[in-house]
Design a protein around this ligand. Sequence first.
Ligand SMILES: Cc1cc2nc3c(=O)[nH]c(=O)nc-3n(C[C@H](O)[C@H](O)[C@H](O)COP(=O)(O)OP(=O)(O)OC[C@H]3O[C@@H](n4cnc5c(N)ncnc54)[C@H](O)[C@@H]3O)c2cc1C
Length: 721
Amino acid sequence: MNTAFPLTRDLVLIGGGHAHALVLKMWAMKPLAGARLTVINPAPSAPYSGMLPGFVAGHYTSDELYIDLIRIARAAGARIILGKAAHIDRAKKQVIVPDRAPIGYDVCSIDIGITSGMPELEGFTEHAVPAKPLDDFARIWEGFCQETGPAQVAVLGAGVAGAEVAMAAAHRLQHLGRAADVTLIDRSKALSRLGTQARSKALKSLNELNVTLLEHTNVLRVEADQVVVADRDPIPAKMTLGAAGTRAYEWLSNIGLAMEQGYIKVLPSLQSETDSDIFAVGDCAHLTHAPRPKAGVFAVRQAPILFHNLRAALSGGAMQNYHPQSDYLKLVSLGGKIALAEKLGVAISGGAMWRWKDQIDRKFMDQFDALKPMGALELPEEFASGFEAHAGPICAGCGSKVGRGALARSALHQTGAQRDDVVTLKGDDAALLQMDDVKQVLSTDHLRAFTDDPVLMTRIAAVHALGDIWSMGAKPQSAMVSLILPRMSTALQERTLDEIMRTASDVMRDAGAQIIGGHTSMGAEFTIGFSVTGLTSDTPITLGGAQVGDVLVLTKPIGTGVLLAAEMQMKAHGTNVAAAYASMARGVAIDALSLSTAQAMTDVTGFGLAGHLANICRASGVGAELNVRDVPLLNGALAMSETGVQSSLYPDNLSDALTMMNAPQTARGRLMLDPQTAGGLLAALSQADAKVAIATMKERGIDAIQIGKIIEGPVALNLIE
Ligand SMILES: Cc1cc2nc3c(=O)[nH]c(=O)nc-3n(C[C@H](O)[C@H](O)[C@H](O)COP(=O)(O)OP(=O)(O)OC[C@H]3O[C@@H](n4cnc5c(N)ncnc54)[C@H](O)[C@@H]3O)c2cc1C
């Protein structure tokens, strides 16, 4: 997020549909000072409809099909919230997303598409896949293509989309060598929206691909392996696709806006007829002044007008009107690399049309690839010695921490024991206070935000701080919040604080701790941390108890540092970033409980896996072998490491580790020093105890893995690749 200027107004985009994806791109090129931009979408990426039939046919990979919303949000300086809006409280001006605090807005825009679900048809919800939303359909289709054996597919609805999908499916299955039986069913005439010429060409293609077309056929119900229709035998179908229904999402009808059959009625300015602070575009909107069929081309053409009008609504400018074209060029894929073009009743088909369509679609997608991260600085012409080495972007999360060397040399570590109730530990995760029978552990940690979603960032920062308590086998007791917010108006402060404090309370309450205070100030960047305490009646598990022969168990995959660095540089895949977020947001209370028999334990954070293992070795006076190939990695981490991406803390971690091991020679080896944020627990325990702990965690859905063992000294680390 661009925090060079104070934030005063909130613009919230609901849905990462085509129009909003383009608005984000335009915002990246021309941001509006003072506006905080938020986009809410259930998935980190959204498919581009123009390429969907080609994806079904196998001409495009999923990487080519998807618009990576995390990447564009980074370029636009927008905060992305991975969730599904369920309501808009217009009186409070809040968007409601389940399981999180409401999101305040000044101006809101809705671009959530439609669904082609047919809940009124018996068995559809249980056994069929709607073609819309496109992302669910694309994912399920990919899974179906991985299967083997004969494939029977029924497509309900022989409009252009249904026919395209049927032809693409037939082409793909034949190409995969599977005996394919594709049936396209419509209750009236197929392809009725196409002109005569185009229709007959499309019907010919269906026939050539052996797609069985059943017109004027009523579907009675969908079953697990067949579609039951009136007046003929059931149609065998291992997969039934619904392309017939076009339905607006039901929750839109509860907002109190003027609607047309469930779609939001909008003015030419794309503002709701009822509420000028709400805009609607794409399939979910109804253009009262010029109704049009549901097609992505309109969402795309609305984007520049929407972009202009959203800025006008935020800053007081004049609105522009959107006038849709009366006819548009239809480019229909015909299964193979052949397409049909139709405009004003004239139709041409063939390979050249496919290449033309392919060029248009790739150009559309390429515009997102050219984006750069917002705020990327050019190096000045003149600078002081040593400047260049530190001038790259600083990572966030644990990647932004000060290296261990500087810390060790600072006055912080030269104070020594001054009180009897402070127990001196050898560099443990938390400090230990012994007061009569009570053992209290304390820790503090804060993170420079790597996501502008305050809810996600708060959750991860809380889990990160609690990791120090859990890793010592203690139970969380209290927490204090320490917060730096970027400069913003009082209204935005209140909204942001509400999101943060609700989340912090939820996480701490679930962990058994109470928030007892905190401190907030304004500064250059969003930074959040927690000071936490925990209690234990047992002897805390420290770094210093590992025994020769113990095995090492790790409870989360590693790679967050490299993935967060890659995300900031817009190199990471949004899906992998979202998975890394989910991993960081998972608390390790159950892991700690399962590992209560550990002789030594730590949470893996800024020093990286090898660095934290080195801490155990130093404190326990032992050596360790780490089987690098056994260490679980987050998806995409290895690929990023192979391309040379590193966290900005990596060089510090490496120089510290070199006192105990050789420099890693490979991309996988380098990940062992990748700083982790809210990482898993690393424990040393006997082989028997490890077996029990791993099995217990498995029952709870946690994939803990044995990654090495403790060996005799000298204190050293051996990375085995
Ligand atoms: C098989 C098929 C092929 C098609 N081919 C073409 C074509 O070639 N050309 C063409 O012009 N049109 C085509 N269409 C139509 C086209 O898909 C749609 O018109 C277009 O996708 C509409 O774009 P949109 O911006 O309205 O929303 P969408 O592209 O549908 O995107 C909506 C986004 O909002 C998200 N969302 C949904 N609910 C919520 C919520 N509650 N909160 C937050 N986010 C939410 C979704 O996950 C999705 O990311 C095709 C349709 C199908 C089914």
